[in-house]
Design a protein around this ligand. Structure first.
Ligand code: NI
Length: 276
């Protein structure tokens, strides 16, 4: 992969589409309506270990002119996150990176995560080099056995998902602002439900209010077969599609951050119990 952001986003998108069948269907249905898919943001997940944390993974974006646009704490999920806005005039998406905060997870989960991170021994030294190696999947930690996955999921669905899939896009996000036929997330939701998609959460499947300047919804991650390190294959939640509508904030500009309350619920799109 070429080390520029266009190649990186194309790679992340390609890998994501392989494990997000709903995304393929939604894009082709939107295209059939004559709609143009514009990506609001890409979400990446990681661990807080210094070799792979937000500071490391964000380096290629910062090097390309991205700037931090907010930091977030998700207490109940034991996560920290940071968002990054693209440079003015760029057509690249926002980037939202979250990390599992090992200082807040129960000891049994911390032991599991620390053990898997030991398989990350041959990473390049500089943050940018490391990030490119991780994001292009040249490097990564070893996938879990089925027993390890199940044990991790008891404490954190996020940790289990991340251990299994590694560093990859968790979701891409349809910008509702860029759609011509739909003027709200509720209009998009009605269409999605009519087309047979399952949405995350409870009716009306909307996270946030216009007063938060960001309203979002998401599909429920599909259960896909996953081959564990032990050779056992089982279905686990994969990735999902998100929809975001942004509103003009008090400063007169389109809001370009994220809302902790909304994102908190959306993390549950990859929980095993929410999967239809
Ligand atoms: Ni998101």
């Amino acid at each position: 992969m070429k080390r520029n952001l266009s190649s990186l986003f194309a790679f992340l998108d390609e890998e994501w589409l392989k494990i997000t069948p709903d995304a393929v269907r939604i894009r082709s249905k939107l295209a059939a309506l004559g709609e143009h898919f514009e990506n609001d943001h890409v979400a990446l997940r990681t661990f807080d270990d210094a070799r792979v944390n937000i500071a490391t993974l964000s380096q290629p974006f910062l090097d390309a002119g991205y700037q931090s646009s907010g930091r977030y704490v998700f207490d109940a999920k034991m996560l920290n996150a940071e968002s990054f806005r693209p440079p003015a005039g760029s057509n690249h998406p926002h980037v939202f990176i979250s990390e599992l905060d090992r200082s807040r997870v129960p000891a049994p989960l911390k032991d599991l995560v620390d053990a898997t991170l030991q398989s990350l021994d041959s990473l390049p030294a500089g943050a940018a080099e490391r990030a490119w190696a991780l994001l292009s999947r040249e490097r990564g930690w070893h996938p879990p056995t089925h027993a390890q996955y199940t044990a991790a999921a008891q404490h954190s669905e996020y940790a289990a998902w991340l251990w299994a899939y590694g560093i990859c896009a968790n979701h891409f996000t349809v910008s509702v602002n860029a759609l011509a036929r739909f003027d709200s997330v509720s209009a998009v939701n009605a269409w999605l439900l009519g087309e047979g998609f399952s949405l995350n959460g409870a009716p009306p499947y909307i996270q946030g209010r216009p007063g938060d300047f960001l309203v979002q919804s998401s599909t429920v991650a599909k259960q896909l077969p996953f081959e564990f390190a032990c050779g056992h294959t089982a279905e686990i939640p994969s990735c999902y599609v998100e929809f975001a509508q942004r509103f003009v904030a008090e400063d007169g500009h389109l809001f370009d951050g994220f809302v902790t309350q909304s994102a908190d619920k959306i993390f549950e799109s990859t929980a095993r119990s929410s999967s239809a």
